[in-house]
Design a protein around this ligand. Sequence first.
Ligand code: GLY
Ligand code: MN
Ligand code: MN
Length: 458
Amino acid sequence: MNIYAQRRAQLARSLGPGGIAIIPTAPEQQRNRDSDFLFRADSYFYYLSGFTEPNAWLVVTAEGPSTLFCAPKDLEREIWDGFRLGPDAAPATLALDAAFSVADLDTQLPRLLENRSTVWFPFATHKGLETRVDGWLNKVRSRVRYGALCPDSQRDLCSLLDEMRLFKDATEQATMRRAAQISAEAHIRAMQLSARMLRNGEEVREYHLDAELLHAFRRQGSQYPAYGSIVAAGANACVLHYRADAAPVRSGELVLIDAGCELDGYASDITRTFPANGKFSGPQRTLYALVLASQEAAVAATRPGARFTDPHDATVKVLAQGMLDVGLLDKNKVGGVDDVIANRDYFAFYMHRTGHWLGMDVHDCGSYVEPSEVGSVSQRSDPLSGETITNRPSRILQPGMVLTIEPGLYVRPAPGVPEAFHNIGIRIEDDAIVTASGCELISRGVPVDPDEIEALMR
Ligand code: GLY
Ligand code: MN
Ligand code: MN
């Protein structure tokens, strides 16, 4: 059975008797006059259909049958915009039960909704979708005096699909391994280009390295970067959402690259930090070794049965101790490692989480709370803001989940911070599939060991 048909069948079983699900693909978006953003299918829609044309809708019913609405064949439009599959060919090609022209959506949907009990659609993700569903339900209601039944409940389809998408099947894992491998090769090429250009006395700018990444992604068949690439030279690495720009890449500074390709709908997400000229300085190596040690602790904590927050807690423990050891934090002021963690003093240099789910979306869907323990609520007071935070037990990791492991250190100049570390920003980010016994790092096609990085840059 086709993988998309399998997923639709699994979804159909979750809809409950009389359930029906409506999933539109993404809208086309204008960039500026006469020019659109490159189209990318909606992740939920693509997950269930494998169909990448714009202007399409999928309807899945609890009893199994699935209907596609897609752009009709139109030879004149196809001369301008390209091939359309069309509703006649769609059922056989996509293993669907029926297909109509998208022009028939408003006449067919009331018919499909009639006599169903629950209508499922993704809440708050598609502008105007609720209004369209309202319109179709109103049409069904106008027929109740002839004996038609109108759905009496609406539910958020994201809750079902997010849970399915959280566990990556073998097909998804294979695509993600390949995406991570392409990205790893791209990182190596960018590192080597930086060292080579500086050795040749050429001026290097962040966009040179960005161009190298893009080249490496596309030449291996990736459709586009999974997110805006961060190529941050020197102090720019301390700006968490910096984008590849035109700043000079200088010998003696570090470069932080956070970039990953998207392949066939799946993201990779890799960060490496390397010396622009291929040789770490003493202080750079000291902090790099600390981030790497914290990542090793997080990797060891990424295994089935552990909580999603365990790798983060393991990272923080190592980083907090390291900040005391290297003098980023003064123990006479902040106390020991337990105080640094309890008071969140480490936040001055490490202010983000250690990971997130990874999949079709770079920050992928899936609950971070363990579903079986959702009712177990506790409260704590945030040490920095004083805000009351409601805790629920963190998700228990299981085989097939994919997450990133991405500790960092970002040292902005400040009184009391050793000058040798000023403006150093380091992050090391890998992509991990949880396995039966631990995790598989699928992004290690590019090394993290500082000696290996120096060797490949020679
Ligand atoms: N590149 C986005 C992230 O690391 O989460
Ligand atoms: Mn990430
Ligand atoms: Mn990243």
